[in-house]
Design a protein around this ligand. Sequence first.
Ligand SMILES: Cc1cc2nc3c(=O)[nH]c(=O)nc-3n(C[C@H](O)[C@H](O)[C@H](O)COP(=O)(O)OP(=O)(O)OC[C@H]3O[C@@H](n4cnc5c(N)ncnc54)[C@H](O)[C@@H]3O)c2cc1C
Length: 245
Amino acid sequence: MERLTPPLAPKAPGRWQIGTVTEILTETPTVKSFRIALPLWTAHLPGQHYDVRLTAPDGYQAQRSYSIASSPLDEGAIELTIDRLDDGEVSPYFHDVVEIGDRVEVRGPFAAYFVWSGESPTLLVGGGSGVVPLMSMLRHRRRTAPDAVMKLVYSVRDAGDVIFARELAQGDETLLTYTRVAPPGWSGHTGRVDAALIAAAGVEPSHGGAFVCGSNGFVETAGRLLLQQGFDPARVRTERYGPTG
Ligand SMILES: Cc1cc2nc3c(=O)[nH]c(=O)nc-3n(C[C@H](O)[C@H](O)[C@H](O)COP(=O)(O)OP(=O)(O)OC[C@H]3O[C@@H](n4cnc5c(N)ncnc54)[C@H](O)[C@@H]3O)c2cc1C
């Protein structure tokens, strides 16, 4: 496996700071991206996340982690991409309450393990909003190392569920699979990620590394599949978002 020059050195200020929401993009019916300008911005490594903290007037606080979707080349700001869980505490607040110009409390970037530092070839495997940190890796690779081999296997329920759809369609890195309803005329993969789809990505297991992100169940299944395919356990990195998915 070839290791390219790491694009950035890890730096983690880890201090709470107040960011300002400068842009809100609707990605899918349940997912929005929030661009947040940060006074203490520091370049992150693709794959890292920020913590977000909400404080109610009575002092009650809720804190959650959100992966950075943007490339570290976007100086001064980060993009967080948040899936709205109907019965959630923090994600509905972002979707229903937060507006451009609002101030939000964040700290980061965090994580030293689930980070891409230029390795190639790399297989990314994402389920649902698990594609977010993988998108940071893909965006950064497109801008800094377009010749580095990187493929994305992305599992979604249906066509309306594809986050970053337009941007992903601009390259040839992505293999989608639809687990519930495929769009009319779709001749690609359907159903859950399986050995055939992993093989179709064309990343040779004995040479490549992999990043897997999604719900607990998704990561469990996809991670096991990669090991069965011959990926080295030391080169399969995983990030789990939550209980079910
Ligand atoms: C390192 C890390 C990075 C993350 N990055 C992202 C990201 O980029 N985008 C994103 O949308 N989320 C991300 N998450 C998940 C996020 O931190 C929250 O868990 C999620 O937004 C739910 O928070 P909530 O307050 O809305 O719901 P909660 O009030 O925490 O939970 C509401 C209900 O949903 C269930 N639940 C909680 N989390 C999930 C989940 N992930 N999937 C399904 N059910 C769940 C709970 O069990 C509960 O029943 C990340 C998590 C981690 C650990």
